[in-house]
Design a protein around this ligand. Structure first.
Ligand code: NDP
Ligand code: GDR
Length: 370
């Protein structure tokens, strides 16, 4: 039985990847941080009581900022594959926590590589590094491929640039199977609540159900190449199964503005929008509402702009070239953008129907907008 170690197992990708690896017969070990409240909601459905027999899913306390614990866990587990998904993954927050982001997202990757080397596992353990389309940053070339120059535009992206190159360096210096998946944005119902897609689909559900008045967003002109996280974790696994250690871009090859995502998400609940105004004065109002279950009056403002969601330096356009992954990995996504938006809005409507029940019976429900 192959053993995999996943950092960031409590995150969106970690949860889908753990499911995939278990379905392929792996023994899966995950590193989770100690938190004052439980943070395992995304993996509770695959949790196994360690007191049972033949358990294939194990959690270890740890943190990418602590090399002692990284070394100990890798020594104990002796993994065949490590998926380094752990990171402070929010681009805007990285401007507020730049040093922490560098430590975890940059040096954290070095800690994993160096632990594998020090423990003499260079020829046993394959390492996947969660690299990102944010490396491309300021547009140098479109579409962006494995050969496009990098120009990172945030402390997050700069930290990930270090992680990218240290992975390449350990591969070349020590003949390790250490590779980068350069993944473009991928979303799902498990997406963190403060990334723009999930923020929008949550707001759509809550506005339709009468739990929220409107949503405040930032730059609606940015363009992203969005796929579904379920498809993207398949690519991670494929990248580690190749004969040759190589880096791959994983993307759909389509790009869409944030504004269009907003339009598509509201359309899922039968609401058509009218956008008016420019820059910080832009807003979206209800043009029509075809679903009688949602009583949204024509002209109601549902989207407004709040300047604090603008970033000091922005990544305006991402569009990936998936040619190499399609030809060498045989990877092809199952979800298109419409199916992704449908999956996310449907899940959020179901989620917030519970809040609606609570609110209707006099309980206070909270929503955090960040
Ligand atoms: P999430 O933010 O959902 O998950 C991040 C995970 O990292 C969580 O499990 C989090 O733990 C953990 N983590 C954060 N800080 C530390 C730390 N100091 N030590 C150990 N673990 C830590 O991210 P995604 O699942 O969306 O992304 C997975 C990886 O892929 C990340 O590295 C991200 O940067 C990268 N990436 C993501 C893309 C995307 O579109 N989703 C695209 C390209 C790259 P906790 O739950 O406790 O917060
Ligand atoms: P991104 O994702 O920065 O691409 O990083 P995010 O969803 O945060 O932003 C995408 C774009 O939307 C614009 N935007 C807003 N963003 C947020 N979060 N909140 C808003 O209210 C808002 N309004 C507009 C942003 O300016 C940006 O242009 C994600 C993360 O998963 C990274 O870890 C990963 O590496 C990259 O995707 C690929």
């Amino acid at each position: 039985m192959k053993k995999a170690l996943v950092t960031g197992i409590t995150g969106q990708d970690g949860a889908y990847l753990a499911e995939l690896l278990l379905s392929k017969g792996y023994e899966v070990h995950g590193i989770k941080r100690r938190t004052s409240l439980f943070n395992t909601q995304r993996i509770d459905h695959i949790y196994e009581d360690p007191h049972e027999k033949n358990v294939r899913f194990h959690l270890h306390y740890g943190d990418l900022s602590d090399s002692t614990n990284i070394i100990r866990i890798i020594q104990d587990v002796q993994p065949d594959e490590i998926y380094n998904l752990g990171a402070m993954s929010h681009v805007q927050v990285s401007f507020e926590e730049p040093e922490y982001t560098a430590n975890v997202d940059g040096i954290g990757t070095l800690r994993i590589l160096e632990a594998v080397r020090l423990l003499g596992l260079t020829q046993k353990t394959r390492i996947y590094q969660a690299s990102t389309s944010e490396l491309y940053g300021l547009v140098q070339e479109v579409p962006q491929s494995e050969t496009t120059p990098f120009y990172p535009r945030s402390p997050y992206a700069v930290a990930k640039l270090y992680a990218y190159w240290i992975t390449v360096n350990y591969r070349e210096a020590y003949n390790m199977f250490a590779v980068n998946g350069i993944l473009f944005n991928h979303e799902s119902p498990l997406r963190g609540e403060t990334f723009v897609t999930r923020k929008i689909t949550r707001a759509v559900a809550r506005i339709a159900l009468g739990l929220q008045d409107k949503v405040y967003l930032g730059n609606l002109d940015a363009q992203r190449d969005w796929g579904h996280a379920k498809d993207y974790v398949e690519a991670m696994w494929l990248i580690l199964q190749q004969d040759v250690a190589e880096d791959f871009v994983i993307a759909t090859g389509q790009t869409t503005r944030i504004r269009e995502f907003v339009r598509m998400a509201f359309a899922e609940v039968g609401v058509e929008l009218t956008f008016t105004g420019e820059g910080v004065h832009e807003k979206a109002t209800v043009a029509s509402c075809s679903n009688p279950a949602y009583q949204l009056p024509i002209g109601k403002e549902v989207v407004a702009i709040d300047e604090r969601y603008f970033r000091p330096t922005e990544v305006e356009l991402l569009i990936g070239d998936p040619t190499k992954s399609q030809t060498k990995l045989g990877w092809k996504p199952k979800y298109d953008l419409k199916a992704l938006v449908n999956d996310m809005v449907t899940a959020d409507v179901e989620l917030f129907k519970k809040d609606q029940l609570l609110e209707n019976s006099g309980h206070r429900v909270m929503n955090y907008f960040e």
